[in-house]
Design a protein around this ligand. Structure first.
Ligand SMILES: [Zn+2]
Length: 356
């Protein structure tokens, strides 16, 4: 087996500079240093790291709405032009009003004239701030995921996209949860379009990948299995991620959610990953895409799961055991001390096995 990685310094262009949580600007945890930590971990482990190749917009628009992508590209410029950086003095794009479905149901949706109101059209929360380099960094992350997909299409066993910002909370027409473009979903669709055959997505991030689920909910050729902290116990993304969400239409039965109670450690978490892997194997995918979040880690500030480095290593063994070509795309993981070791614990079983 072989393992290669894709990374770009362009992730540094995205500095969310915090988030607005319950109305208060707090520091946030999706910080640029995460990208540097990942790069150092790969170098120290001797993993071959490649630059991404640009892939243009076509693959992004195969998954995301043109209006949302155009908005993301122009959001910061429009915000500055509207004067909000001066009055009220907000240096990042953040919504204050959202088009509630019932409020507009009788007349349908029409775009608002105000740039401040526009900020709530595509964004599902107030925690996903847009700065001057956010869109460029999000596109660069997609390019990393697509370059990893190319490597697997060209014969690599495993390719890891060491990206930020993450992507699995972004859906067709919405973004949020520190995500802007859905790197893993775009890679999965790209593989389908390249004729790679059915794709199985396994999402081990601590939070349910509501965006990925939405994108493929009615699709039979892409399965989605997610292990995450139970939204019914009060955790993000709150409105989705329950066990009875099984897919619809041609995608009925192709979606598996395995919500876990807060405090779940290695035993319960690894068992759930095993179920996700078995479900995915049962769908007979030609390629597996792993949404690799290590925020289930015990030290992580964003989740109440309690997985150890040993638990991540066991998950890596299970995922590698699928035996299919795999793309691993970085999602969450916010404790800067355990981020590198926990990611390497998952990747290590995918590395070449040396003989005696
Ligand atoms: Zn997460």
């Amino acid at each position: 087996m072989s393992l290669v990685a894709v990374w770009t310094a362009e992730h540094r262009l995205h500095d969310p500079d915090g988030e607005v949580w319950l109305g208060v600007r707090v520091p946030g945890s999706e910080v640029p240093e995460r990208g540097e930590v990942l790069r150092r971990a790969l170098e120290e482990a001797g993993v071959e790291v490649h630059e991404p190749t640009p892939h243009g917009r076509e693959s992004i628009l195969a998954v995301h709405d043109q209006g949302m992508v155009s908005y993301l590209e122009d959001a910061y410029r429009g915000w500055v032009e509207a004067g909000y950086t001066e009055n009220p003095g907000q240096n990042r794009v953040v919504p204050y009003v959202f088009p509630h479905p019932d409020a507009i149901a009788e007349v349908g949706f029409r775009l608002p004239a105000s740039r401040g109101a526009l900020a709530g059209v595509y964004c599902m929360d107030t925690a996903t701030l847009i700065g001057p380099g956010t869109f460029a960094a999000a596109v660069a992350a997609v390019d990393c995921a697509l370059t990893a997909a190319d490597m697997v299409l060209n014969g690599a066993d495993t390719a890891y996209a060491a990206v930020r910002p993450p992507g699995h909370h972004a859906g067709t027409t919405f973004f949020g949860g520190s995500c802007y473009l859905n790197n893993a979903a775009i890679a999965a669709q790209y593989l389908i379009d390249a004729g790679a055959g059915p794709v199985g997505i396994v999402d081990i991030d601590a939070h349910h990948g509501n965006g990925t689920q939405q994108i493929f909910y009615r699709r039979a050729e892409v399965s989605y299995a997610s292990v995450h902290v139970d939204p019914d116990r009060g955790w993000f993304p709150h409105f989705l991620g329950r066990g009875d969400e099984r897919g619809a239409g041609p995608g009925a039965g192709a979606n598996l959610n395995l919500p876990l109670p807060p405090g779940t450690g290695d035993e319960g978490w690894v068992e759930a990953v095993k179920r996700a892997v078995e479900f995915t194997a049962g769908r007979n995918p030609e390629v597996v895409v792993v949404s690799l979040g290590v925020d289930p880690g015990a030290a992580d500030p964003e989740s109440p799961l309690r997985v150890s480095n040993v638990g991540f290593a066991e998950a890596g063994e299970l995922l590698a055991g699928l035996g299919t070509p795999a793309i691993l795309v970085q999602e969450g993981g916010y404790d800067l001390d355990s981020l590198g070791p926990d990611v390497m614990a998952i990747l290590t079983p995918f590395r070449p096995r040396r003989l005696g």
